[in-house]
Design a protein around this ligand. Structure first.
Ligand SMILES: *Cc1c(COP(=O)(O)O)cnc(C)c1O
Length: 356
């Protein structure tokens, strides 16, 4: 049987060798050893997972002693709230918006503290990266979304601003070399590039910690997680284990530089196929196009459901666009190889021949 290519935007495909490791970990042939999901998070077996995971994140993200690494639950959504609660009380949280997720982060922040959009490409359907406007004098930080998963818009490099940067990196974390050390704050759910849902990686530059106001609920105060090694309560042990395995896989497949090149080549091939056709269109300005999530529409929108169904039957699930924008979307996270893009492009050509 041909292996499937899973183009889901998240939860998303796992690298095949990681799936094999999981099958082995949960093997029914071994009735005598508990799996990693069945042991204490305070015991030595899990301590090894925790250590591997933090060390791997530090290495691949290129951060050193000046950052904390926190491994939390609650997804990116909890960070939409924790970030302003901890670091922006009494100041203005500034946002540059390039799509759906930035809007969500801004809306949550606005419930908590003074929040201002200083740049947005929303008036032009989020098709490019806007020029940064004037930053408020009391800006606590500038929040941006590294990669907008739904609109398919990505910052090539972090924006340049005279205030600390806070980035939602959920859908591009560890997909290419990136200057995380330059960011004051960044966060990413694991369910896109780093494994399964239930784990959110948060990187905090240590000097921010002194801004945290007293009186926050313990669970929502970053110091609780800094002081407990992210183990104030039971962590999502299975998600940590999977992420540690994904990191091993990244290292053993040549590291981030190699993965970044492969991700670039995958995206280039799909954009080239879209641009060469009159049948498929991607609306995003070339310099703002995402390497990870590629939304596209067909000349005849009524064909969308047929495309999605046929593709799934051909072993390519997950191509339906997000309900907020419709159309189609191919998510090309780390776990997918060039063969997945080749097969998709071939399928697209065939579909165009029949229906175009
Ligand atoms: C998936 C995603 C989110 C939402 O993540 P949750 O873990 O479901 O809260 C937020 N931001 C971006 C950029 C995403 O890709």
């Amino acid at each position: 049987m041909k292996t499937i290519h899973n183009f889901s935007a998240g939860p998303a495909a796992l690298p095949w060798p990681v799936r094999e490791r999981l099958a082995d970990e949960f093997s029914l042939d071994d009735a005598h050893t508990p799996s990693i999901a069945e042991v204490s998070h305070r015991g030595p077996r899990f301590a090894d997972v925790a250590e591997r995971l933090e060390a791997g994140i530090r290495k691949l993200a290129g951060i050193g002693d000046e950052h904390h690494v926190l491994l939390l639950q609650g997804g990116a959504h909890l960070q939409f709230a924790m970030l302003p609660m901890n670091f922006a009380r009494g100041r203005t949280a500034a946002f540059t918006l390039t799509g759906h997720w930035g809007e969500k982060a801004f809306a949550e922040s606005a419930r908590i503290t003074e929040s201002r959009v200083v740049a947005s490409s929303g008036d032009a359907q989020y098709r490019d990266i806007p020029e940064l406007g004037h930053l408020p004098a009391d800006a606590a930080y500038l929040h941006y979304t590294g990669n907008e998963t739904i609109h398919g818009v990505q910052f090539e490099q972090p924006p340049v601003a005279a205030v600390p940067l806070a980035a939602d990196m959920s859908s591009e974390f560890l997909s290419r070399p990136y200057p995380y050390a330059d960011l004051a704050f960044s966060y990413a759910g694991a369910q896109k590039n780093l494994g399964v849902a239930g784990l959110t990686v948060v990187l905090i530059r240590k000097d921010l910690v002194e801004r945290i106001p007293d009186g926050l609920p313990q669970y929502l105060d970053y110091r609780t997680w800094i002081d407990s090694g992210s183990m104030k309560n039971t962590p999502s042990t299975f998600a940590w284990f999977v992420a540690a395995e994904v990191i091993d896989w990244i290292e053993s497949s040549g590291g981030l530089a190699k993965l970044g090149q492969r991700n670039r080549a995958k995206a280039d091939r799909l954009y080239a196929a879209i641009d060469a056709s009159d049948f498929y269109t991607n609306p995003v300005a070339p310099e703002a196009r995402s390497m990870m999530n590629i939304p596209f529409v067909m000349a005849d929108d009524d064909l969308t459901m047929r495309f999605v169904e046929r593709a799934e039957a051909a072993g390519m699930p997950g191509l339906k666009g997000h309900r907020a924008v419709g159309g189609l979307r191919a998510s090309l996270y780390n776990a997918l190889g060039m063969d997945a893009v080749d097969d998709l492009v071939e399928f697209m050509r065939e579909f165009e021949r029949k229906h175009g």
